[in-house]
Design a protein around this ligand. Structure first.
Ligand code: HEC
Ligand code: HEC
Length: 327
């Protein structure tokens, strides 16, 4: 009897002790009597491994290995570049009417809001004054001269301030857009005499074009009417932000798409044509309304003309730029 009671008490005690382990917090690792293969020597991804000559723990596939399923061997198709890394000049996909129609659909979804229905850069985001970096027109020499691969790359990788569309637009559709942009470019350069061969009513087109021009002129007039004559550094700074000059020109000396405005006023500028000039008021205004005229050395000719800014807006911008300079 005595022995039975002792046994029961002992069992109760043991189970009590075991139960009491649960629910208690501890910083120490849990007791792990059965190790299996939980702890063993191994390398983590990207860890240095001195065993191999190149110190990589992650090994490259054996030479000649061929990917199954995700092979992107055709760089012309997937990246728009040839083996030398140059942009391909021609669309690698065969062009037919259906393909161009597909391009139109995708272009109208993704590009039209900024680059405009005809590719003139007057999409609704641009003309309603949301303060986005202006989208270039596709109807200018620089765009005509762009190889097809570069247009493709702009969609796949983005370009300067324009984001990439690779996650939204599939490879074939990107090329379809390229074909459609080429069609848009041709469509804006057809002599009236040749228009007769197409199934369009020229009079209606001319009327629509005139209406669009009136709309844009009214927008510009409304802008001008609402604008004040004030010339000040503060207004210049507001314009600098509202017109998204910030995307390409910094105030702190750092290089973006374009030169910084820090200490620009009064500094000597060198241009790609070999000439140079001091950045005075006239130069700055010309740079804004006619950026094609002189291209600062070391930069690309990618700034679009802000020829719609009023006199007092331009002067305010100059005052703002001047305020960032010790000269
Ligand atoms: C949100 C507005 C926006 C959308 C949408 C957009 N773009 Fe752009 N795109 C821009 C801007 C802004 C630039 C100029 C960027 C810069 O210079 O920093 C640009 C530049 C480009 C350029 C370079 C043109 C040149 O002459 O330098 C190409 C090509 C282009 N876009 C094609 C496309 C295509 C194709 C689509 C549709 C898939 C598209 N963009 C959609 C705003 C847009
Ligand atoms: C898409 C990028 C971009 C935007 C937006 C832009 N610029 Fe530029 N800008 C440039 C580049 C690139 C250059 C240098 C090449 C050249 O001379 O055209 C430049 C040159 C200039 C220069 C001459 C600078 C120098 O170092 O001599 C001035 C002034 C200027 N921009 C003012 C403006 C103002 C003001 C705005 C806004 C209303 C603006 N830019 C918007 C890209 C841009």
């Amino acid at each position: 009897m005595q022995a039975t009671i002792t046994r029961i008490i002992t069992l109760l005690l043991i189970s009590f002790v075991m139960m009491s382990c649960r629910g208690q917090m501890s910083d120490k690792p849990p007791i792990h009597p059965q190790q299996n293969m939980d702890e063993q020597e191994r390398f983590n991804a990207q860890q240095v491994n001195p065993f191999f000559e190149d110190n990589r723990s992650m090994r490259m596939p054996v030479e000649g290995t061929i990917s199954r399923g995700n092979l992107r061997h055709d760089t012309a198709l997937f990246e728009g570049v040839n083996d030398n890394g140059d942009f391909v000049t021609r669309n690698p996909i065969e062009i037919n009417r259906e393909f161009i129609e597909r391009g139109r659909v995708v272009y109208d979804i993704y590009c039209q809001v900024c680059h405009g229905g005809t590719g003139d850069g007057q999409g609704i985001i641009m003309t309603e004054g949301y303060g986005y970096v202006p989208a270039p027109t596709f109807h200018r020499e620089a765009s005509y001269d762009m190889p097809d691969g570069e247009l493709y790359s702009a969609i796949a990788n983005g370009i300067r301030n324009m984001p990439a569309y690779n996650t939204q637009i599939k490879v074939e559709d990107r090329w379809a857009i390229v074909a459609y942009i080429r069609a848009l470019q041709r469509s804006q350069n057809i002599p009236e005499s040749e228009m007769t061969q197409f199934d369009v009513d020229l009079a209606v087109l001319i009327e629509e074009d005139a209406q669009e021009r009136v709309r844009l002129e009214e927008l510009a007039a409304a802008r001008a009417a609402g604008a004040s004559d004030e010339v000040s550094v503060e207004r210049g700074e507001r314009l600098y932000v509202q017109n998204a000059c910030t995307a390409c020109h910094s105030q702190d000396g750092s290089r973006l798409v374009g030169p910084s405005f820090l200490n620009l006023y009064g500094a000597e500028r060198n241009f790609t044509d070999g000439t140079s000039q001091i950045a005075d008021e006239d130069y700055l205004i010309e740079s804004i309304v006619e950026p094609d005229a002189l291209i600062v050395e070391g930069y690309d000719n990618v700034m679009l003309a802000y020829d719609y800014l009023s006199e007092s807006e331009l002067q305010s911008l100059v005052e703002f730029i001047r305020s960032l300079s010790d000269n």
